[in-house]
Design a protein around this ligand. Structure first.
Ligand code: SF4
Ligand code: SF4
Length: 230
């Protein structure tokens, strides 16, 4: 299961600055199990945003937001509301945000941080899309993860090696992640996001919380710690 945590509400509100009409999407899969993006949390978010003066033009809780094909199909009935929205708030893992961003020509704000993917890549196969960084940056990158799309996991723009939209490491086959991010932000009229300089990544957030470390490797490490504490 992909474990997510809700972003603090003030952070969500800040990401929605300048957007008045919001469409909210939740997920009946892992996010519901984590209580970060199920029906109850989405309805609570509707209330909270309305209290802040936002207009929630619609909301939907889909079965598996990490399945790009399914997202496209399931959001179709909401097309008019989505078109009328300034942006979408996606209350699920980073893969779900990326799947939605790939099928909707709107800015997509992440409402959660992924703390552990538990070996899963979601239902949108074919590539690694989330490095469980614990502090989702998709708000700044047009819904494309810089940690996985960029070979060097750069978070503040490209290195000097990109050429013709390709990555210097595999110039024949691999797109430069930052070229993709630039093109996506340009398409969304959101290039200003690239002017934000993000703080250096706090890699300690990539370490899953103690209670989630359930693999054999973590169990052995815990045992060692407990033994040395005696
Ligand atoms: S920024 Fe990327 S690695 Fe971090 S939570 Fe979002 S999708 Fe995952
Ligand atoms: S060329 Fe692009 S994808 Fe490759 S390391 Fe540089 S910025 Fe990242």
């Amino acid at each position: 299961m992909i474990i997510s945590e809700s972003k603090p509400f003030p952070e969500i509100l800040k990401s929605l600055e300048g957007d008045q009409r919001i469409f909210i999407v939740g997920c009946k899969g892992c996010a519901e199990a984590c209580q970060t993006g199920g029906e109850a949390q989405v309805l609570e978010m509707v209330k909270q945003l309305q209290q802040e003066g936002k207009i929630v033009v619609g909301h939907s809780v889909l079965d598996f937001l990490c399945d790009k094909a399914l997202v496209k199909f399931k959001l179709k009935p909401h097309e008019d509301a989505i078109v009328s929205a300034d942006s979408l708030l996606i209350m699920t893992c980073g893969i779900g945000v990326q799947a939605t961003a790939a099928v909707v020509d709107k800015v997509t704000h992440p409402g959660c941080n992924v703390v552990n993917v538990g070996g899963s890549r979601g239902e949108w196969r074919g590539d690694e899309r989330c490095l469980e960084c614990g502090d989702c940056l998709l708000d700044y990158t047009g819904g494309i993860c810089p940690m996985t799309a960029c070979t060097k996991s750069l978070i503040n723009g490209p290195c000097g090696g990109t050429k013709d939209g390709k990555c210097e490491f595999e110039p024949e086959t691999r797109d430069c992640g930052w070229h993709l991010i630039y093109e996506r932000l340009k398409k969304l009229g959101n290039l200003d996001r690239m002017k934000v300089t993000l703080d250096p990544k706090d890699y300690s957030k990539m370490r899953p919380p103690e209670n989630l470390r359930s693999t054999i490797m973590w169990a052995l490490e815990r045992k060692e710690k407990e033994a040395s504490a005696k």
